[in-house]
Ligand binder design. Structure first.
Ligand SMILES: Nc1ncnc2c1ncn2[C@@H]1O[C@H](COP(=O)(O)OP(=O)(O)O)[C@@H](O)[C@H]1O
Ligand SMILES: [Mg+2]
Length: 493
């Protein structure tokens, strides 16, 4: 398993403020953090693990479609959800940030197969040094016992290198970096148990929605690895609960008091920092309730007809990347999470088919009724703010505010680096997200890295234990989530 954590030192230990799966890879920043030779050592550590896990067979290192693909679809979906459920507005700030991001991204388009050259080149050179057979590519398909990968190549920079399909029996490991919706990893999981997959889609999904990871860890009795938090939005916290939570927090000089974070986005979208005064003013917003916090009603509210070509995000953003389902209808990212509900729950099926009848015939190919993953879109955490650490940088010789990005692969810390604000610390908090945020990376010292390993070991153990006890399919993940929603809603009543 591959994990990328953001942690902040706290009272002799650490607090995890964010976690990502393979989408948070971090390898692309190795040079910045460790310099040329340090980066090489780290990359070799990673690639030699590829070699071990593949047991000498071929490793496929797949850079999946642009990492913007996922949020792009999300932004469109969220807009629809927002329009139909105006009470959820307060926790959907991220939609605006997403629209802004996409507008900028559109200007610098890339085709998606070379998202992070630095990452690919480091892996390539380590593989050559170590004699591990690594093949690069992106997506592809299975046919007659062989796997054809798009842009398949051994030299990372040579995307026109032509190669024969690889026999499935020769593949030992599929490393999937990017968004967790790729189809190949799922096909491998379902059909080719001899091939190991890093990370399997369910594992990545459980880190995409910030709530899952925490919940699995907490299910094993570990809670203090994370900042304190309460869930908000969708009727999760009433006014009094939120007040109680805020009064339990210590205000420290000059730092924000709490962070509002949507449970699903990344890139800092929708992240808002509040002081106690700001928070007191906006408290009622975050406690906005759905009219009746009842799961069935929420599901019903979330079934909408979606037209994909609609320009709903912002001016200039029209082309949402969508995929075709086996039934020939378009679906959006997030669809897979709900597919089983749609198939298995009679009530939901009835709602969907009623909605489907409303779609004009001429639009039937582009429009489909969908159940939104509303929990992911419309809920957030209100989380205790953990001040960044102020550290003297080796590079600049000055003090900077920073937090640590630490990546763990196959239970071992592969890299641990500070993400520092470029401006040295002047006593004032500068946001780590948004347009004006400029940062650089610097490797942590060995002692910190050792402590991180020690701190993370039980957290990862707990996550994996909690996860595999309950989840063997996407359906299990879904059921687990719904149980949790019901619990939260009943607590908030
Ligand atoms: N509890 C917290 N305390 C202090 N800063 C935080 C906290 N949570 C998030 N942040 C800051 O906000 C940034 C974005 O939050 P994060 O949870 O990582 O969201 P995303 O997944 O969108 O990157 C973090 O990199 C960190 O700088
Ligand atoms: Mg983050």
């Amino acid at each position: 398993m591959y994990y990328a954590f953001d942690v902040i030192p706290y009272n002799e230990s650490f607090k995890i403020i964010d976690v990502a799966g393979t989408a948070g890879s971090g390898i692309g920043k190795l040079r910045d953090a460790y310099g040329r030779s340090g980066a090489k050592i780290r990359a070799k550590k990673l690639v030699s693990k590829f070699g071990d896990l593949s047991r000498g067979k071929t490793v496929i290192f797949a850079h999946e479609h642009p990492r913007v693909y996922l949020p792009h679809g999300r932004a469109v979906e969220a807009e629809d959800l927002f329009r139909q459920n105006s009470g959820w507005k307060p926790v959907l700030h991220w939609r605006m940030d997403a629209a802004d991001f996409l507008r900028r991204k559109k200007k610098s388009r890339s085709d998606g197969y070379n998202q992070n050259r630095e990452e690919g080149r480091l892996v390539e050179s380590a593989a050559k040094d170590l004699g591990v057979d690594v093949v690069f590519g992106s997506g592809g398909n299975f046919y007659k016992g062989a796997l054809s990968i798009n842009y398949q190549r051994k030299n990372f920079d040579n995307i026109s290198e032509s190669r024969k399909p690889i026999r499935i029996s020769k593949v030992g490991l599929y490393v999937h970096l990017g968004n967790p919706r790729g189809t190949i990893p799922q096909i491998i999981v379902n059909n080719f148990s001899d091939i190991r997959v890093v990370n399997t889609p369910n594992i990545d999904r459980s880190m995409e929605c910030k709530w899952y990871f925490r919940s699995f860890v907490e299910s094993q009795g570990i809670a203090d690895a994370f900042p304190r938090y309460i869930p908000v939005g969708m009727g999760f916290a009433n006014y009094d609960v939120a007040r109680d939570f805020l009064s339990s927090l210590q205000e420290s000089d000059g730092w924000p008091l709490v962070v509002l974070k949507p449970v699903i986005t990344w890139g800092g979208w929708g992240i808002r920092m509040f002081s106690r005064d700001d928070m007191d003013r906006s408290l009622r917003k975050f406690c906005v309730k759905s009219l009746d916090p009842n799961l069935e009603d929420l599901v019903e509210n979330c079934v909408v007809n979606t037209g994909w070509s609609e320009n709903v995000v912002a001016e200039g953003i029209t082309d949402c990347f969508n995929e075709m389902s086996p039934e020939g209808i378009y679906f959006s990212p997030g669809w897979d999470v709900w597919k089983h509900l749609e198939e298995e729950n009679d009530e939901v099926r009835r709602m969907l088919s009623a909605r489907k009848k409303q779609i004009p015939k001429s639009k039937i190919r582009d429009m489909t009724p969908r159940v939104f993953p509303f929990f992911e879109y419309a809920s957030a955490f209100l989380e205790e703010f953990i001040p960044p650490q102020i550290v003297k940088s080796r590079k600049t010789g000055k003090e900077h505010a920073g937090y640590i990005r630490v990546c763990v692969f196959d239970r071992e810390v592969i890299l641990a680096m500070w993400r520092f604000q470029i401006n040295h610390f002047s006593g004032e908090y500068q946001s780590f997200v948004g347009k004006n945020c400029r940062t650089f990376f610097e490797g942590c010292d060995e002692e910190t890295e050792r402590k991180l390993q020690e701190f993370l070991n039980p957290v990862i153990d707990a996550f994996e234990k909690g996860f595999f006890e309950r989840v063997n399919s996407i359906n299990d993940l879904f059921h687990y989530r719904n149980q949790h929603i019901r619990k939260l809603l009943s607590l908030a009543k």
